[in-house]
Design a protein around this ligand. Structure first.
Ligand SMILES: Cc1cc2nc3c(=O)[nH]c(=O)nc-3n(C[C@H](O)[C@H](O)[C@H](O)COP(=O)(O)OP(=O)(O)OC[C@H]3O[C@@H](n4cnc5c(N)ncnc54)[C@H](O)[C@@H]3O)c2cc1C
Length: 417
């Protein structure tokens, strides 16, 4: 049920600004407006041990030099590790994979339990091992974590976890110095596959701190039951927002969908041509050193039967972005207001790249210029699962391309002892 009432004139002002937050320190699942402002950034996926306990002791340890460090053991990192192994890099001595999560599964292990495997809209297999016969009613977090665990085991991939990569610096002898919670690795090349899950993007409109209800991000969503009887605003124009609304509407007293731009529903299948066109658009941006676009801005929202039904029922009636948050809800400049108990920010994620900041890879366009997967200003570094390869199919292909390129580079530049 949608309930957008006009209740008098409470004018707001000021542009919506954006910032990125991770898991709030105080509470993993519930935060109030005041806490949003006070929250210090903590990566959502990082295991506490990797960030804290092992930190001090771990930093001092210097590991033997390697050819390649892969950061991240999601789809991108595992596909890269597979191709490293397959082309002759010895696991452990030639390359390592570092991941700060507690277990296998990449970001999938953190996705909400109601996102079943059947509801996932296109999970592409990792190279060399199909994912066959999975029960579509099981949570994707479990199915994919098990699949990744089997993959790591069967291909004997050297994943070390929980290991949090804090910073990558220029090292000695042309190597990169990878500083982690478990010590330091010096490497000739680096594949970054750190995804986006640790960087939920949370807009920060005026008045946000005063909201008396609950605010949460998709990264903290655990399912619809907890919204029973509440008035819920869902903000965001992507697939997650659509899924949240369809799930929550039967439980909530009211749901309202807010997006900045009118949603772009896409009829018909997302075939190979459309996929290629979408990837080309994002590729062109990163080649020019611009930040990548959101997935939905290039693919559109799939118009499935369930989405058609939800639209017919009014669950996906969209309203424009509000101008201000009040203690009781939100207001628009034209005087409309809407009371709410919950604001759910389905506003997406940004690339998790803080650990690369010391290398100053960002250009004046605000992004990192890539040629394929290779960083234009530093050919030792490859990005897999970033920009055009930020999908399960793209990450697999990009892993192979990155390894091919790194092999060539290492063959041309002998290691300095
Ligand atoms: C809700 C949601 C649904 C999606 N559904 C689909 C879909 O159906 N199909 C599809 O193709 N794509 C989907 N995507 C996109 C999807 O996330 C990617 O396709 C893919 O799974 C990402 O893989 P990845 O390896 O790049 O990143 P991740 O799976 O996020 O893996 C990154 C890994 O890096 C680790 N890491 C990060 N920072 C550090 C650090 N500093 N030190 C150590 N380790 C670190 C993390 O622990 C994590 O394990 C979805 C995304 C979201 C948010």
């Amino acid at each position: 049920m949608n309930d957008l009432s006009v209740q008098g004139a409470v004018a707001g002002s000021g542009a919506v600004t954006g910032r990125e937050v991770g898991r709030p320190a105080a509470s993993p699942a519930v935060i109030t407006g005041a806490e949003v402002a006070a929250t210090a950034y903590i990566p959502v996926a990082a295991d506490a041990g990797a960030l804290a306990g092992q930190g001090a002791a771990g930093s001092a340890r210097v590991h033997p030099e390697v050819d390649v460090v892969v950061i991240g053991a999601g789809q991108a990192g595992l596909a890269s590790a597979y191709h490293l192994r397959r082309t002759g890099f010895a696991p452990g001595s030639d390359f390592v994979v570092l991941d700060h999560a507690r277990g296998p599964g990449g970001a999938w292990q953190y996705r909400w339990p109601t996102l079943t495997f059947g509801a996932v809209h296109g999970m592409h297999a990792l190279p060399g091992m199909e994912l066959i016969g999975a029960d579509p009613t099981r949570p994707s977090s479990e199915v994919i974590a098990e699949y990744f665990a089997a993959y790591e085991r069967d291909f004997e991939l050297p994943v070390r976890r929980p290991v949090h990569v804090r910073a990558v610096h220029e090292g000695d002898g042309g190597r990169l110095r990878v500083e982690t919670s478990a010590g330091v690795w010096a490497t000739r090349a680096l594949i970054n596959g750190t995804g986006t899950w640790d960087r939920p993007f949370w807009p920060h409109p005026p008045g946000q701190e005063a909201f008396r209800g609950r605010q949460l991000h998709t990264a903290q969503y655990r399912g619809p039951e907890e919204f029973a009887g509440l008035r819920v605003i869902v903000v965001g124009g992507g697939t997650s927002a659509v899924q949240h609304l369809m799930e929550i509407a039967p439980y909530a007293a009211a749901t309202t969908w807010i997006t900045r731009r009118p949603p772009n529903f896409r009829a018909g299948p997302f075939d190979e041509n459309r996929g290629r066109a979408a990837v080309a658009l994002v590729e062109e941006r990163v080649r020019r050193g611009l930040p990548p676009l959101s997935v939905v801005s290039v693919t559109g929202l799939p118009l499935t039967d369930a989405v058609r039904r939800a639209r017919a029922a009014g669950v996906l009636d969209r309203h424009p972005m509000f101008d201000r948050i009040t203690p009781d809800g939100v207001v628009w400049r034209d005087g409309r207001r809407l009371d709410a108990d919950v604001i759910l920010w389905a506003t997406g994620f940004r690339a998790s790249l803080d650990h690369l900041a010391p290398l100053r890879l960002r250009g004046p366009g605000g992004g990192i210029r890539l040629d394929g997967t290779r960083v234009v200003t530093d050919p030792r570094i490859h990005f897999v699962g970033y920009g055009p390869s930020a999908s399960t199919i793209g990450a697999g292909r990009a892993g192979r391309a990155a390894v091919r390129d790194i092999r060539r580079l290492l063959a041309q530049t002998p290691a300095v002892a």
